[in-house]
Design a protein around this ligand. Structure first.
Ligand code: SAM
Length: 287
């Protein structure tokens, strides 16, 4: 696969652009792991962010068949000729030229989905905007069923981390609030051309059908989470003092204690449930 991709790049005179996070996946074994985790069927609608020189795209097209659709979003105009030639061989592939951060994914997929249907998102993400892209998809609550994405290994560790771990942070809480998370595989630098400096990993994020916790105010919940992690070395009490709670420190301490949460704990030890308890109690006070 490595030779085939190198030859394709050479034929179209394309050199990988570091600034656009272009590290192309050329090891078939990891392509297959991504395809397996995507669990596509004939007729599925799949969105791919950053097809690059069409490394994953033909495999996606094969899985969804002629009754499905692959919408590949690419921003690099230098790939236009290559991807246009590629798409002419696969009628089910549509190339959409736009910055993935600006895309309205529901508007993009709606023409191909049955009413109430959902799409699958698959991507070897450009690493310079991994987290903003994932958060754009989750926070906008677009109609995805699951995402299978390649990210830097340390981002994957943060996404799947349980409480109490050094990798646990606001990203873990945010992603785990919206999705069930799984680490599919880690991927060594040698699987890419050119090889990145860091290791990578594939994660599968499956949309939760019901929220894991019930919240009085989702925005305030995330503000609370961010405040708790902003100063990781501080106690929960001190970290939450930066929030506009209308409480004195002593009142905040007793609110936490009343909810059976020791104010001297660090934010990174709190589970999603405990963050919800704290945020809901603070929301009640603010009313
Ligand atoms: N899918 C190919 C693969 O697996 O080998 C390429 C993956 S490469 C890591 C990331 C791709 O995302 C590149 O093709 C790059 O041009 C594209 N890209 C970078 N920034 C983007 C953006 N803001 N919106 C859409 N695509 C982007």
């Amino acid at each position: 696969m490595s030779r085939e991709i190198r030859e394709r790049l050479a034929r179209y005179g394309i050199r990988a652009k570091k600034g656009l996070g272009q590290n192309f996946l050329v090891d078939k074994q990891y392509v297959q792991k991504i395809i397996d985790a995507a669990q596509l069927q004939a007729g599925s609608v799949v969105v791919e962010i950053g097809p690059g020189p069409a490394t994953l795209t033909p495999y996606l097209a094969q899985e969804v068949g002629s009754s499905g659709k692959v919408i590949a979003i690419e921003v690099d105009e230098a790939l236009r000729e290559l991807l246009t030639d590629f798409a002419s061989e696969f009628p089910q592939v549509k190339i959409h030229w736009q910055d993935a951060l600006q895309v309205d994914y529901d508007q993009l997929t709606e023409p191909y989905l049955p009413p109430g249907g959902s799409f699958v998102l698959v991507a070897n993400l450009p690493y310079y905007i991994t987290t903003p892209i994932i958060m754009h998809l989750l926070e906008s609550k677009f109609s995805y069923s699951h995402l299978v994405v390649m990210v830097q290994k340390e981002v994957a560790q943060r996404i799947v981390s349980p409480p109490g771990n050094k990798n646990y942070g606001a990203l873990s809480v945010a992603v785990q609030f919206h999705c069930h998370v799984d680490l599919v595989t880690t991927v060594p630098p040698g699987a890419f051309v050119p090889a990145p400096k860091v290791s990578s990993a594939v994660v599968r994020l499956e949309r939760r059908k019901v929220p894991p916790v019930s919240l009085l105010d989702e925005r305030y919940f995330f503000q609370t989470v961010r405040a708790a992690f902003n100063q990781r070395r501080k106690t929960l009490l001190n970290a939450l003092s930066s929030l506009d709670t209308k409480l004195t420190k002593a009142e905040l301490a007793s609110l936490l204690a009343n909810k059976n949460i020791d104010p001297t704990r660090r934010g990174e030890t709190l589970s999603l449930d405990e963050f919800a308890i704290v945020a809901n109690a603070l929301t009640e006070v603010k009313k």
